[in-house]
Design a protein around this ligand. Structure first.
Ligand SMILES: [Zn+2]
Length: 321
């Protein structure tokens, strides 16, 4: 994985390239950024550059090939088990790092979701950071660096990873075979995360989104039974209700933009219904709806019953017609 294949992280990759060129690679890094923005890929590329012995890893030598299949004996990958990184995992890592490298010039360890270390694991890991055995390279990945011990933070070189630009998420999804329009729509909802973009594109999310928008927009206060039944169905689980609220937020945002002459950006597969709604509603009415949707989102965060939240939301949306 040459660095050139990593898209959208020019800053972080630039810093690492310069460190490699000047042989000033730190012994511990913290890569900070949302899930699915390329932290793991970059960490693997850094390890590959060191193991391959070239700032632009060749991809073809035995070291590169073993790393590509995550089978290199000198790479230790550590991730939470059932949501936690425990002290046993850190002890195992310490044992591993105390051994001489098998093939590579040094041992390397990548800790995924490093903030999931529990307290005893974090304290044990701190020892490893303070007295790194041999010349091991430690790379921590986290989307919540504030949850790490300050003493761990201060011993790592911190590198920020930005959420990926929309066009890059769309491009990467298309590279994976997602059709262009679907890739655009999924990218617009992914918040800069390939993990989220991939999940959205895969799970029939776009189809579900269309169904949800069409159902909710079609609700009338005169058909109260249908309204409550829809709330019952979509508000069965909190997570699902949250998704409905997210979808409606973006939908009304696009209606607002469309009302003011912009082409619907994210909801391109919903262009027809966005335009129809924008023609039907006045600016004030759209704003009122957006406000209701945001209020519903806050209620869900405050643990209000999801079915009741959606029922109130659907009432508000249908009455403001
Ligand atoms: Zn190589």
């Amino acid at each position: 994985m040459p660095f050139a294949t990593i898209l959208g992280q020019e800053h972080a990759v630039g810093v690492l390239r310069r460190s490699l060129a000047g042989e000033r690679v730190a012994h511990a890094y913290l890569f900070e950024g949302i899930d699915g923005c390329g932290k793991m890929l970059t960490a693997l590329s850094l390890v590959e550059a060191l193991f391959c012995g070239s700032a632009e890893p060749c991809g073809g030598c035995p070291a590169c090939r073993k790393l590509a299949s995550l089978q290199h004996p000198d790479l230790h990958l550590l991730e939470p088990e059932k949501g936690v990184i425990k002290i046993d995992q850190i002890r195992e890592l310490q044992k591993e790092l105390s051994l001489r490298p098998v093939e590579a010039p040094k041992k390397a360890c990548i800790v995924s979701q490093a903030h999931k270390m529990n307290q005893s694991a974090a304290n044990a890991f701190l020892k490893t950071l303070e007295e790194p055995p041999g010349s091991a390279l430690l790379i921590l990945l986290s989307d919540t660096p504030t949850a790490l011990l300050p003493t761990i933070l201060s011993r790592c070189q911190r590198l920020r990873f930005n959420p990926l630009p929309l066009e890059i998420v769309a491009q990467l999804l298309m590279n994976r075979g997602v059709p262009a329009e679907q890739a655009q729509s999924a990218a617009s909802l992914a918040g800069g995360s390939m993990a989220k973009g991939g999940a959205i594109a895969q799970e029939g999310f776009l189809l579900r989104r269309r169904e949800i928008v069409e159902q909710v927009i079609g609700l009338s206060p005169r058909e109260f039974g249908l309204l409550t039944a829809t709330a019952e169905r979509l508000g069965h689980e909190r997570e699902q209700a949250q998704e409905v609220v997210e979808i409606l937020t973006l939908f009304f945002r696009d209606v607002m933009l469309c009302r003011h002459g912009a082409p619907p950006p994210g909801n391109s597969d919903l262009a027809g219904i966005v335009e129809r709604t924008a023609r039907t509603l006045q600016t004030g009415e759209i704003l009122g709806r957006l406000e209701s949707v945001l209020k519903a989102g806050q209620s869900l965060l405050r643990n209000v019953n999801p079915r009741l939240t959606l029922e109130a939301l659907f009432m508000a949306l249908s009455m403001e017609r």
